[in-house]
Write a protein that binds this ligand. Structure first.
Ligand code: COA
Length: 279
């Protein structure tokens, strides 16, 4: 794979086409090339990963202001990352985000934010576990009703994650210096508690109201489905229960000082896909 920073109208048109392949949903759902060119010419970054002449993945973002602090602070707002379905789970998403991190670090900007659906384990593994982003912001129905193939049918709830560009944590992730991370078994042995313990048959269950006890462990674990997109297609009512249950649980935990600090994905016969929340 060759990684390149994109500038030309032709390159942006290839990004438009790839958005259509990844998200579907028609022309109105596509971020147009004139906007991508504008980002690229005004301090933003549009980058692509190529297999020969074929665009296999892209990322783009633009400078923005964090308005939640006491005074506005510069950040890079990353809006879309996409990898063609034929090329996923091969490290392209990571490589594009690492290029973005290098570019933003070179501009002297200390923070990158972006949003993703917290029920997507694949995205969580990339964003939290591999890149070192953290999260303490849950936004309900951020984009309203979305009509594209990946998002239609459920409220567009999102995590807004923070990537602290110069932090030792992120630097270690980006340079391959991060040590082995604890497994779910390690975390349980150290006193972590599940928000949503699995069913007796070992299946993940959406968080209900029952977990809100007086317990205040240092670490909460929250399991999500390993393949939420498949669950959405198979059982919309259960997918909706996952959306509602996890929204309430994350909001409660964030409000009392926990942050998403890690994600454990342990594939296998009964895969774990588990958020780790630390005080
Ligand atoms: C999210 C996306 C960009 C990731 O790209 P990618 O090239 O697959 O990312 P990477 O290969 O660098 O990392 C993915 C990781 O998730 C893991 N993964 C794959 N399926 C998984 C699952 N069901 N649950 C948890 N992790 C999973 C991969 O094994 C890999 O981790 P590893 O390197 O530790 O093995 C890609 O899946 C995509 O385009 N999705 C659709 C669009 C989208 O959701 N974009 C992001 C929001 S704008």
């Amino acid at each position: 794979m060759e990684l390149r920073i994109l500038h030309t109208v032709e390159e942006m048109a290839a990004v438009e086409r790839l958005q259509g392949v990844i998200w579907g949903g028609g022309d109105l759902e596509v971020v147009p090339s004139h906007l991508l060119v504008t980002f690229a010419h005004n301090g933003g970054l549009v980058a692509g990963a190529f297999a020969g002449d074929e665009l296999a993945g892209f990322v783009y973002g633009f400078p923005g202001l964090d308005t939640s602090a006491d005074s506005p602070r510069l950040k890079h707002c990353s809006h879309q990352l996409g990898v063609h379905p034929n090329y996923r789970s091969a490290g392209i998403g990571f490589a594009l985000k690492r290029l973005q991190w290098e570019f933003v670090a070179g501009q002297g900007i200390e923070r990158i934010t972006w949003t993703y659906d917290p029920l997507l384990a694949h995205n969580a593994q990339l964003n939290i576990a591999k890149l070192g982003a953290v999260c303490s912001t849950y936004i309900r129905d951020l984009y309203g009703e979305m009509l594209d193939g990946l998002n239609a049918g459920l409220p567009s709830d999102r995590f807004q994650v923070d990537l602290w560009v110069k932090s030792p944590r992120v630097t270690a992730c980006m340079t391959g210096a991060a040590g082995p991370r604890p497994t779910v078994a390690d975390l349980l042995a150290a006193g972590a508690v599940f928000v949503n313990p699995a069913s007796p048959a070992g299946h993940p269950v959406p968080p209900g109201p029952a977990w809100r006890t007086a317990a205040t462990p240092d670490t909460w674990l929250l399991e999500i489905p390993a393949d939420f997109q498949a669950l959405k297609v198979a059982d919309r009512a259960r997918a909706s229960a996952w959306r509602q249950g996890t929204a309430a649980a994350f909001e409660t935990l964030f409000s009392v000082g926990y942050i998403v600090s890690d994600f454990a994905y342990e594939p296998g016969a009964s895969p774990w896909a588990v958020y780790v929340l630390s005080k």
